[in-house]
Design a protein around this ligand. Structure first.
Ligand code: UDP
Length: 329
């Protein structure tokens, strides 16, 4: 991410930052940006869905420390006894395939670990940022989704371990803020893509790119008329940094790109960008797959002066180039 794109008013004092999920897709990009700002970063990850490859380039950075720990257990002593200025809690399986594979971990990391980190923030006076999700809106009946929409979530369906855990996280953040004055921030993340997304985690962008680059059939689930709105990772991370430093706002803020596209259209677009000979095939739609998703970002614009700057085509080109190189093609 290019820090030159941050507004001149963004000028945080370098300090000590904890990033949970630092070896994940968003966590590793965020860690890079925090180090570029001048912070000292402790990154923690259980590596169940994250990968050390994502942070290998930081091995010799003396402002970065990696802690391999499972935050579903009590906090390790080097985190529990440390004083951080800022805590970003991003650790969680985040793809539908990932959270269905790790259902109990998903519930625990977003509840037990969230509570432990909120306690740490309360004890040490750290500001804490928590990664919530557009999945709080479920299969939405309101479109586009504003932060004020309460959502349409199946409480015991195939996404419930993620959706309900993130809704719990939001309730926990607000309770610790309202009752104990913890300085919380809540982001609702919409579909984000870019380099370092795990190629095999089932998410639509890496799945289509891998299939297209290897000329395998591209697996559109259902008829492909369901929509998603894709945000390039650099825009998303810029939104995180601005929200963390925004004074005194504690309710959730949507950070996502409102450029909505059907899954079928996306398949054709990636096929063309990758110069692929893949055919497009259709698989059954997984249960509770939301039919449409698009953020209303009026709040982020007003509060943070944030909006995405990277068009889908430009972001997909960069992402295809990354995977082409990764796959040695
Ligand atoms: N999808 C698809 N083929 C794939 C993977 C995903 O058609 O190989 C669809 C999926 O059914 C959903 C959309 O793409 O409608 C986005 O799926 P993803 O797993 O990326 O995340 P979600 O937005 O559902 O959390």
């Amino acid at each position: 991410m290019n820090l030159a794109n941050m507004p001149a008013s963004f000028n945080p004092k370098p300090g000590r930052v904890l990033v949970t999920g630092a070896a994940g897709f968003l966590g590793s990009h965020l860690t890079d940006a925090l180090l570029a700002i001048g912070h000292e970063v402790t990154g923690v990850d259980s590596l169940i869905t994250g990968s050390k490859d994502n942070i290998a380039h930081l091995a010799s950075n003396n402002r970065f420390k990696f802690v391999h720990a499972d935050l579903c257990q009590p906090l390790p002593s080097d985190i529990a006894n440390a004083k951080f200025d800022r805590i970003f809690h991003l650790a969680s399986p985040a793809s539908p395939v990932g959270y269905v594979k790790h259902q109990v971990v998903t519930l625990k990391i977003n509840s037990l670990a969230t509570m432990n980190l909120l306690e740490l923030a309360e004890r040490t006076g750290a500001r804490i940022f928590m990664a919530s999700t557009s999945e709080c809106y479920g299969d939405p009946l309101e479109h586009p989704q504003k932060e004020t929409y309460w959502g349409h979530v199946n409480p015991n369906g195939m996404r419930s371990m993620y959706d309900e855990a993130k809704r719990f996280m939001e309730a926990a953040a607000m309770a610790y803020h309202r009752e104990r004055n913890v300085d919380t921030r809540l982001v609702r993340i919409f579909n984000t893509y870019g380099p370092r997304l795990a190629l095999d985690d089932g998410r639509v962008v890496p799945a289509f790119i891998k299939q297209a680059l290897t000329h395998q059939p591209m697996t559109v689930q259902g008829d492909g008329s369901q929509t998603r709105s894709l945000c390039y990772v650099d825009d998303e991370i810029r939104g995180f940094l601005l929200l963390m430093e925004c004074p005194d706002y504690h309710l959730p803020v949507n950070i996502g790109n409102p450029d909505e596209v059907t899954v079928l259209h996306l398949a054709h677009e990636i096929r063309e960008l990758a110069n692929s000979r893949s055919i497009i095939t259709h698989l059954p739609l997984p249960p509770d797959d939301p039919k449409q998703r698009c953020p209303d970002i009026a709040l982020a614009k007003k509060l943070l002066d944030w909006q995405p700057t990277i068009a889908r085509r430009q972001g997909l080109e960069k992402t295809v180039a990354f995977y082409r190189q990764k796959l040695g093609l």
